[in-house]
Structure formats: structure tokens, C-alpha cells
Design a protein around this ligand. Structure first.
Ligand code: SAM
Length: 479
């Protein structure tokens, strides 16, 4: 029986509820009146300087996903853009993945790290190597990392992950610092989540891969990840362990996208119903070519248009949840979906263990082929050409604004006086410390233009003072 408040995965991601949802969506996909009503419901409402969005339920959003009317779809895109502007303005936060180890005991059929893959070299970074990777990342300008590791209780136990996180935070090379470490490791125990919280992680990210249980069991034939319920209930354990920023994701291509979309929103509704706070982020990876992996073997691949529609509908349905897009996607696709609601992107990524220390991009231990292979500076410059402010901000988490406190900031209307200046200050640090002269010139111009959009005069003055301080060699100012 479907029950969003249950702690049993079979009940909060109820298979029959998803089937009924898809049937309801098919029955209503040409119901123009209903669809226009849903778009109106999801529109941002402004009141007393505050902006509020209601979002949509998995059933409502599934109707929009089923709709094939071009005119209505273009209204969905316009609305996604409007919501994005209301909550995220023109800021895009940057991060980079850091692969610690590709040792893995699981048998995931889509992942090159699967245990039966004998021709991929297995590698695990020593603390000395972690340090070198972090220095290389700091020298690019990164401030926020997502650490990645295979699941292997012998080679990558939680103590190893914790040691790596401590090493990462301890490195201060020139003006560099990693100020937020997000963690993407396999489902674990409440006790281990508590330990991750204690060493100061940002978001705990775990992709569901697929919400279709039967298919999940087939795609994960061996290893601890085979346990669908343990995997699906991981976010509840993470929250019990004190982590209130969690990141969901589906690996699109494994199962039917409409099924996954309904499951993803049901998962978000479940977190809200049980813990009073929805997911901090949602990631939208698509299966890519990799060593021993041919994405064509998974026959549920989605077109770029459907991908864009999914991104727009996630933005409309869960307006307060950040959306992440990685370098799995090409420049062209990234350009399209950033407009529709993406709030975080990776740049200059290497998806191999130890890849940042190498001059040339190494392929032998890569987790997937990187489509966007530009340098971070090139991506930053491109972002500014599109009039987006590249941001390296990590302020919320460091000021304790996580979970529902972050959501409260989103709703308060104070974003232009808080997130916007923080974006400008962290961009300034990037320009002074790492940018090429062309990017620097472009960025300085952008900052001068964007200061004027800060509503509070006193905040404007403070930002001007902090910018001058950054020129004088001081760092890490924030609101
Ligand atoms: N090992 C951890 C786990 O099992 O959750 C997480 C780390 S894994 C390095 C990060 C994610 O990469 C996986 O959750 C999966 O969704 C994604 N991934 C695996 N193989 C992929 C492929 N061939 N193409 C694109 N993404 C892939």
C-alpha cells in the first residue's frame, strides 16, 4: 500500500502507485484545462517581498510529462525559467568530482567499476595522492568537491573516506581552500552517516539508479548494492544520522523515464513527509559509454528533448531543490538545460582516480566518458557569455543554513542580498587567483554590472569594500 510516511521503501515508492500515476497521466495528457491549471498552481507567487512556490505532486507532474502539445510544453519551459530566476537568479554554482578509489565489490551492470571487470586497473589514492589531487583542484579554482568511491569494505572502509575528507579540508595551498566536501558513496549505516556528519560533509549524495525494483535487482545482480530496500531507505538513515542535506538522482537510461520521474518525486515527497525537508539537490545523470559498458545495451535511453523536459519539470515540481548537471553532458545540452533550472554544474572534471595530477586526461580508470572536456576557465568564460554568474559559494552550509533553514532563506526574498553578493565575492576570488586575463576582464565587468542589482544599499557598500579587500590579498568574505 502506498504510504509516503512509511519508512519501508516498498511503501513510499509503491509500484502500483507509479503504475496508477502513469495511467492517470495518459488519461489526462490532452486535458488542456487541467494542464493550464497545474501551470498556474506551480507559478511563483509574490507576497510582502517573499516569493513562494507550491510545486507539484508526482501525479500532477506526470500529467505534464505525458503532455505532447508543443504550445503547452513551451509554457512549461517558460515557467521553469521563471521559477529558476525567482530562486536562483542568474547564479550557477561550480563543483568538481574527486575520485578516491575504484575498488568495488558490486556488480552494477552499467558501471565500469563492477567487480567482474578485470581489465580496469584498480587504484586507491593514498593521503599523499589526495593532497596532490586537491592542490591541482585548488589551482584550478575549485572550492567545492563531490568525492566519489566504489563500495569496498576492505579497501574503502568508512575510516578511509573520513581520513580523505579530513585531508581535503586541511589543505590550504596558496589562496586555495576546499570549503565544502559533498560525498557520493554507497548506502551505509546510521552510525557511519553520523561520522560523515561529524567530519563536516556538505550534501550526502546517493543516486537511486532506478526506482523500478525488479529492474534494479537485475541491474545489481551481486554485492551489497543488490539490496534494493537498504539502498532506497539510505536517505532516511542519513537524516537519522544528522545529515539534513541529501541529494537524490536517477541514472536515466536504465528504465522508462516516466516511471523514474514519478519515483523520484515520490522519494522527494517521502523525505518531506517524514523529515519535514525535501532533497537539497537532484542529479540527472544519463548512462554513458565507459570501459566494458555500452550504453546501447540499456534500451531506455532518452533524447535530448525529453532530457530537457525532465529538467524543466523537476524545476517546476520541486522548486526549492537544487539541480545538478555534470560533464556527462555536452556543452550544447548543458546550455539548453541550465536555462531551464539547473543550479550547479561541474567543470574541468576528471572522472579517473588520480586524474587531476596528470597533464593529459587519463582514460584507463575513468568512470564514464566526459563529454564536456573544456577547462574550468573555458567553462567559466562561457557561462559569463551566457550572462550567468559563476559562483563558488559555500556560505550556507558554513553558516549552518542547511536543511529547512536553507529552504527558509530561499523563501525569504533575501537571496538577492545574500546569495547574489556571495556569488560575486567568490567569483572575484576566482578572477584574482586563477582566471586567464580574458576571463578576468569579462568577470570584472560582470561584477560591476551585477553589484547594482543588489537591493540593499548597505549590502552594496559592504560588497564593494570586500571586493577591494580581495584585491588586497584577503579572502573568504561572505554574507
Ligand atoms: N559507488 C557509489 C554508489 O554505488 O552509489 C557512488 C559512486 S559512483 C562513482 C557515482 C554514480 O555514477 C553512480 O551512482 C552511477 O549513477 C553513475 N554511473 C555509473 N556508471 C555510469 C555510466 N556508465 N555512465 C554514467 N554514469 C554512471
Amino acid at each position: 500500500m502506498y504510504n509516503p510516511k512509511s519508512l519501508n521503501a516498498d511503501e513510499f515508492i509503491d509500484h502500483q502507485e507509479i503504475l496508477d500515476t502513469l495511467e492517470y497521466a495518459d488519461a489526462n495528457k490532452n486535458n488542456r484545462e487541467l494542464i493550464l491549471g497545474l501551470l498556474e498552481k506551480a507559478r511563483p507567487k509574490y507576497e510582502n517581498g517573499q516569493v513562494h512556490c507550491e510545486g507539484l505532486t508526482h501525479r500532477e507532474a506526470s500529467v505534464l510529462l505525458a503532455c505532447e502539445d508543443e504550445e503547452l510544453i513551451s509554457k512549461m519551459y517558460d515557467l521553469a525559467e521563471e521559477i529558476k530566476k525567482a530562486f536562483y537568479g542568474n547564479r550557477i554554482v561550480f563543483f568538481a568530482p574527486l575520485y578516491l578509489s575504484n575498488y568495488c565489490v558490486n556488480g552494477c551492470l552499467y558501471c565500469p567499476y563492477h567487480t567482474a571487470n578485470k581489465h580496469i586497473p584498480r587504484k586507491k589514492l593514498t593521503q599523499e595522492e589526495v593532497k596532490k589531487e586537491v592542490i591541482a583542484l585548488q589551482d584550478m579554482g575549485h572550492k567545492r568537491l563531490a568525492i566519489e568511491a566504489g563500495e569496498d569494505p576492505v579497501n574503502n572502509p568508512i575510516e578511509y573516506i573520513l581520513e580523505c575528507i579530513n585531508t581535503i579540508y586541511s589543505i590550504k595551498h596558496k589562496n586555495g581552500a576546499i570549503r565544502r566536501v559533498n560525498v557520493n558513496i554507497a548506502a551505509t549505516t546510521v552510525e557511519n552517516y553520523r561520522k560523515l556528519k561529524e567530519v563536516g560533509i556538505g550534501t550526502y549524495i546517493l543516486f537511486q539508479e532506478t526506482y523500478h525494483k525488479e529492474n534494479y535487482l537485475r541491474l545489481h545482480p551481486t554485492g551489497p548494492k543488490h539490496d534494493y530496500n537498504y539502498h532506497t531507505e539510505a536517505m532516511d538513515r542519513a537524516m537519522e544520522g544528522g545529515i539534513d542535506d541529501v541529494g537524490l538522482g536517477v541514472l536515466f537510461g536504465l528504465d522508462k523515464y516516466r516511471y523514474e520521474f514519478a519515483g523520484l518525486l515520490m522519494h522527494a515527497e517521502h523525505l518531506e513527509a517524514v523529515h519535514g525537508v525535501g532533497p537539497h539537490t537532484i542529479s540527472v545523470p544519463r548512462v554513458k559509454k565507459a570501459d566494458d559498458i555500452d550504453p546501447n545495451e540499456f534500451d531506455n535511453g532518452i533524447s535530448d528533448d525529453i532530457f530537457a523536459k525532465l529538467c524543466a519539470l523537476i524545476r517546476i515540481s520541486v522548486p526549492y531543490t537544487g539541480m545538478i548537471i555534470s560533464t556527462r553532458e555536452t556543452q550544447e545540452v548543458r546550455e539548453k538545460v541550465i536555462r531551464l533550472g539547473v543550479s550547479q554544474v561541474s567543470g574541468g572534471s576528471r572522472t579517473s582516480v588520480g586524474g587531476y595530477q596528470e597533464e593529459e586526461r587519463p582514460h584507463d580508470t575513468e568512470q564514464f566518458d566526459v563529454s564536456d572536456q573544456r577547462t574550468l576557465d573555458e567553462v567559466i568564460s562561457w557561462m559569463m557569455d551566457m550572462d550567468y554568474i559563476p559562483s563558488f559559494c559555500t556560505a550556507c552550509y558554513r553558516a549552518g543554513r542547511t536543511g529547512d533553514r536553507f529552504m527558509a532563506l530561499c523563501k525569504s526574498g533575501q537571496i538577492q542580498n545574500c546569495c547574489h553578493p556571495n556569488a560575486l565575492l567568490t567569483l572575484k576570488e576566482y578572477l584574482v587567483d586563477y582566471a586567464t586575463p580574458e576571463t578576468k576582464a569579462k568577470g570584472e565587468q560582470m561584477i560591476q554590472k551585477e553589484i547594482l542589482t543588489i537591493p540593499s544599499k548597505s549590502v552594496q557598500e559592504k560588497v564593494t569594500y570586500y571586493l577591494d579587500q580581495i584585491d588586497k590579498g584577503n579572502r573568504d568574505f561572505r554574507f
